[in-house]
Design a protein around this ligand. Structure first.
Ligand code: WTA
Length: 635
């Protein structure tokens, strides 16, 4: 018997040991006892981190939507699968039962088929947080199409780059989206993006805001009339365990975004099993993750993980500050939320507000609090623990990545004693290692190094879409034989892990991963700009904010600088989206560079963080004199 639901610390250690000593038996049992397969696997795992190639449950066949929907119909048909809480609190919430979800997913799946979408085709989903978004993911999975969800805050350029990279032939979008008091014309953004996407044949449009849109003849279709005509049943496409389920883009330190490819069987088992344990979900609980489905957290822990367990999962269309800063707590009270999963940036923003916003609501339904996306600082951790959790609801600080598919290092609530700012212990099946810069593994406790994983787990991404070489270079080359996360971590005296942050050029702003290279490329498009470098600096709500050092082609007059700053942020908004805007822009005559021409970002980071005391070794710089020049005019 597998221990699907871990309830004591001893049990955790026992299950963990088994998962490490006999990984194939362990995962084979979890997969067999708790999921539905059309055909069993020939082989639980085959792997080689050098090629790299990883296959889980090879030879098995399944459809993930049968696991997430159909198998619950007999026992949970009338149970709410999805609660939709709209942006406007005056608009009624929707409760969609498993039976209704089944019908709606099948209808959309049939519409997609009618539009010519086949197994293996890529479908781009660019939607706000409305039920159609979850339904669209599942409808693709139903027919074996590969979904590529693009966060609806991305610009038209970011959208078209991603659509072209994975050759999507169909896009699902909406007329517009609501975000707090604003509405955004999503369809107009799609129209602009598609000017550069000749491969897109069809655009299906959901009506949400009733804003006027332009419909291109032959390409654009309103979705609802097509759904109305579609059958409410659709035979699931039988997939191989290693068939791709979705592509999701994440930023890299260099180059264009990476389309991480997740496959079907392993991802399902891993998200399902982690969801059950990390949130200690029990049958009648209401679970709410505030992430957007445009990110991995939403894929794994709003849609697939909860539904695989027959859970009730809430999705919220709006923002924490609308109509005011009590909105999250109002929703917790209204829907009697039991598990609440959010990001440190939201916690910090909410903790800054008057405490009455939280205190006026009954939060007694809460049992487990989760945090994800960036390190949680001590102050935010205590506020979350004391004010929201009333010291009764354990905080699960969950470390993981788009690439890992599911949670990797985390406490199990009521099982693992928590410690502020620590993600604590590896989840079952996860074998972390800390390495020094030379690649030597640091054994024992009280060490700090680069966080790697030594052994495959079922939820890991298998490749980067269209670029397996880059997958190898990025994750398996720095420390041969291991997966390198790009994060630093320390292990304390009892073996608990604390994530210290990125060790590469990815900067996490408000929980969003941003690569420096695409932002710099955007800035360099400005006709007045010669060169630029972006670094992060600490920000009390966003975690990190962006600081740009910009060299102008002609130094110009300083009264022009404010205009230039606006224009630079405008270009960034157009190329990537408002999330990548710079908080500070310093114009400079040069950047510190090594003899090989590499910008020494370490120095820029210190200046941006106002940590000017010791600049470290600058002897390898080609132009050491520039350091003082930049320091003197730091913002
Ligand atoms: C960071 C989000 C500290 C980390 C699921 C990682 C964290 C990146 C934590 C992945 C955490 C995520 N503590 N840092 N609990 N969770 N991170 O791909 O730097 O959007 O590499 O996946 O977020 O971000 P991604």
């Amino acid at each position: 018997m597998s221990n699907y639901h871990i309830k004591h610390l001893e049990e955790y250690y026992q299950v963990y040991r088994k998962s490490v000593r006999e990984p194939e038996n362990f995962w084979g049992e979890v997969a067999e006892e708790h999921f539905m397969w059309r055909k069993k696997w020939d082989n639980v795992l085959s792997w080689d981190f050098n090629t790299p190639e990883v296959k889980w449950f090879q030879g098995a066949q399944l459809n993930i939507t049968e696991n997430c929907i159909d198998r619950h119909l007999l026992t949970r048909g009338d149970k709410t699968a999805l609660i939709f809480e709209p942006n406007n609190p005056e608009e009624a919430a929707q409760h969609i039962t498993y039976r209704q979800l089944h019908a709606r997913v099948c209808q959309l799946a049939n519409v997609l088929k009618d539009q010519g979408v086949k197994k293996g085709d890529r479908v781009c989903i660019y939607l706000p947080m409305i039920p159609e978004l979850s339904i669209a993911l599942l409808a693709c999975a139903r027919i074996g199409a590969i979904h590529s969800v693009i966060f609806a805050g991305f610009s038209s350029t970011a959208l078209s780059t991603r659509i072209n990279d994975s050759d999507c032939k169909l896009v699902i979008t909406s007329d517009g989206s609501y975000r707090g008091s604003k509405s955004i014309d999503l369809k107009a953004i799609v129209d602009e993006g598609l000017e550069d996407c000749p491969g897109v044949e069809t655009v299906l449009v959901v009506k949400r805001t009733n804003t006027a849109v332009t419909m291109k003849e032959g390409r654009d279709k309103w979705l609802q009339p097509l759904l109305d005509k579609a059958y409410q049943d659709c035979v699931p496409e039988i997939m191989d365990a290693e068939d791709p389920l979705f592509i999701l883009y994440t930023s890299g330190s260099t180059g264009k975004p990476k389309g991480m490819v997740h496959t079907t069987g392993g991802y399902m088992v891993y998200t399902g099993y982690t969801f059950k344990n990390v949130f200690q979900y029990t049958e009648n609980d209401v679970y709410w993750c505030t992430a957007d489905i445009g990110w991995i957290t939403g894929h794994s822990y709003i849609v697939y993980g909860p539904l695989a367990n027959g859970a009730t999962t809430l999705m919220f269309e709006g923002v924490p500050s609308y109509p005011d800063y009590s909105r999250f707590w109002e929703i917790v009270e209204k829907h009697k939320v039991n598990q609440f999963y959010t990001a440190p940036t939201a916690i910090r923003a909410l903790a800054k507000q008057n405490i009455s916003f939280a205190e006026k609501h009954d939060l007694s339904s809460l049992k487990v609090l989760g945090s994800v996306g960036e390190p949680i600082n001590e102050e935010a951790w205590h506020w979350y623990n004391d004010v929201i959790g009333k010291k009764k609801s354990p905080i699960v600080d969950t470390w993981w990545q788009t690439e890992t598919g599911g949670i990797m290092i985390t406490p199990i609530p009521f099982v693992t004693p928590t410690k502020p700012t620590y993600a604590t212990l590896p989840f079952v099946g996860i074998q972390p290692a800390l390495l020094d810069e030379k690649g030597v593994e640091l054994k024992g406790n009280q060490v700090e190094g680069r966080l790697c994983i030594k052994f495959p787990w079922p939820g890991m991404a298998r490749t980067i879409w269209g670029n397996h070489e880059r997958y190898k270079d990025t994750y398996f080359s720095a420390f041969p034989g291991m997966y390198f996360s790009g994060d630093g971590a320390l292990r304390d005296e009892v073996g608990y892990y604390r994530i210290t942050g990125r060790v590469d050029d990815v900067i996490i702003v408000s929980g969003h991963n941003l690569g420096t290279a695409p932002i710099e490329d955007a800035i360099n498009e400005h006709p007045a700009v010669a060169e630029s470098a972006i670094v992060g600096f600490p920000h009390d709500i966003k975690g990190n904010a962006l600081y740009g050092f910009v060299i102008l082609k002609e130094s110009g007059e300083s009264r022009m600088h404010d205009n230039l700053r606006k224009e630079i942020n405008q270009i960034i908004t157009e190329h990537i989206g408002p999330i990548a805007k710079l908080d500070k822009i310093q114009f400079t005559s040069g950047l510190p560079k090594t003899r090989s021409g590499k910008i020494m970002r370490r120095i820029l980071r210190k200046i941006a963080s106002k940590d000017m005391s010791n600049m470290g070794d600058t002897s390898t710089l080609l132009n050491p004199e520039i350091v003082d020049v930049i320091k003197d005019s730091a913002l």
